[in-house]
Ligand binder design. Sequence first.
Ligand code: CTP
Ligand code: MG
Length: 235
Amino acid sequence: MTDADAVHHSVGVVLVAAGSGSRLGAGRPKAFVELAGKTLLQRALEGALAAGASALVVVVPEDLLAEACSVVGRACGAGPVTTAVVPGGAERSDSVRAGLAALAPECDIVLVHDAARCLTPVGVFERVISAVAAGASGAVPGIPVVDTIKTVDARGVITGTPDRGALRAVQTPQGFAADLLRAAYASDLQATDDAALVELFGHDVVVVEGDPLALKITTTDDLERARALVAEGDR
Ligand code: CTP
Ligand code: MG
């Protein structure tokens, strides 16, 4: 993001951390699991702050509101960032909706970010913000797909082989013009991620360069991989 872009925009981040982490199976919600001495939530907060967010809404399981408030208080201190901690919902989209409702209305760019992608480098945030600041309705980080992908029918029979060159594995933060994302969430449309919702709502979303470090920690294998990456980069 250039200074000129930054001056004219107010960036809000909705950090969704209200999932149960059932596939990780760590005995507590994933965002509250430690990765080399810091929880995923702490690491994700640090990333969002480093990216220059002016408002931050952290969405967590209801029973962890108090714990999350103290984590957010420690991470943000007496700094200039407006913060809120709110309870999430049953589905990720319910948690995003709850976060959007608590986001400061002056934010004109909103990023929705998974706490589970807690190692996302600040450069990824910056590319997403820059694209939206430059006029894109939405921008999401993506990386080329290395595997050959097949589509299959209900019996597992291959029905197609999409051109790999046209495929991207997308990550978060996903950034949007705030009014547009609010309007898309206020509609009856349903989608699996924020970009898909905005696409259904009829707006173009661009893909910017993602980063392998923005991996989503889903399973214990992912957590081990993330541990190795932290050790490697001393994060
Ligand atoms: N999330 C959320 N509210 C939900 C579900 C998910 O805020 N109701 C958040 C998670 O906390 C996570 C991100 O959305 O940061 C991506 O979801 P996922 O990786 O599926 O996390 P979980 O739902 O916690 O994991 P699982 O599906 O294994 O239970
Ligand atoms: Mg989930």
